[in-house]
Unconditional design. Sequence first.
Length: 411
Amino acid sequence: MSFSLIGKSIAQSATLKLNEIAAILRAKGEPIIHLGGGEPKSKAPMDAILSAASLLNSGEIRYTPADGIPALKQAIIRYTEEFYERKVEPENVIASSGAKQSIMVALQAIVNPQEEVIFPAPYWVSYPEMVKLCGGIPVPVYPEDGSFYPRLKDIEQVVTSYTKAIIINSPNNPTGAMYSEDFIAEIVEFCEKRNLYLIMDDIYHRLIFDGRKPINCYKYAKDLSENSKLIVVNGVSKQYAMTGFRIGWAIGNKKLIEIMTNIQSHQTSGPSVVVQAAAVGALNGVQSAVENLRQTLENNRNIMVERLNAFDGVKFTIPDGTFYCFADFGAYGARYNNDPTKMAYDLLERVRVATVPGNEFGMKTGCYLRLSTCGSVKDITEGIERIKWVLDPNSPNELYIGERKLVRDWL
Ligand SMILES: Cc1ncc(COP(=O)(O)O)c(C=O)c1O
């Protein structure tokens, strides 16, 4: 059988496989704790539900403009004014089926085969595959100091004449690291100077802790004309707990948005009108849900940090935002040949805890697992306790999961 070179180059996701096994086990009644998830557990805002329901009730469910209905564009324009102090026009805005599609369509609009796209590692799993789907070459950058905070000089070193774009995701999936205002200023200036596209993936920008404020990249742009190569991506998935609705957006220069719209029009004809209505409801409605979620996540982050601190040998950087904690279990990695996928499978098999192995995010050192703080406090405390029981030889020999008594015979 013959398949396309690009199709064959796209990696299978170990995460999906692990999630599938976890789902099957849960359906069989197994006491799964899911620390692998990338979505808040809170309900979508009532204004989103009512707005979508009212449209559904009308029965008038039609095609929309490929780049989004005017009401959604207006809501995005208002959001951009509020959080980025920037007034944009409808022609600068495209709404897509998730921030994922906005990024994909942006890359399709700018990347030629063999051109390179740079992004700091560890990185969101989809960046390399999206670049490959465009025939481009993904270039992950590993900060030289081994931290999760890239410096401009790390990036400068990998820029070549083939570099087309840089993607920055802050706060970051999977590390939770929020890059400094100085770094954002430097990268905006650098991209302008080198005439590179800069895609700011701001999907977690309001889910930040310890009194931090979202960073506005436009503050550092000298060129805010229609020649600007700054693309800002955001969406409702994370901050409004609306992952299943699939609405994200990009703000960019008018020509770029026109090309993105042309591409999107041939892919999906634009997002479903029902979920566009829901996003309008969320963006224009009562905003307390976002702050409530942020507070819950900060509290969960604190509990995760406290529990991991009590776990000898586990190294991690305290997350500044998002709902992830990227922890290095390398002290316990020998049994797994330092392969986090083997560790993740073992944890799922022995104590029914689902995590995401760090190699999925391009992490090449240590034995990292991404742990999610989206679940309940009980999920976090019990999940870490179970992980500790499997890995740490100093933990007691027996563990109870509900009524079930487990006896450790491998350490
Ligand atoms: C860094 C990052 N960007 C973009 C997305 C995609 O968001 P959406 O659900 O809006 O497609 C995700 C989702 O996991 C993400 O983690």
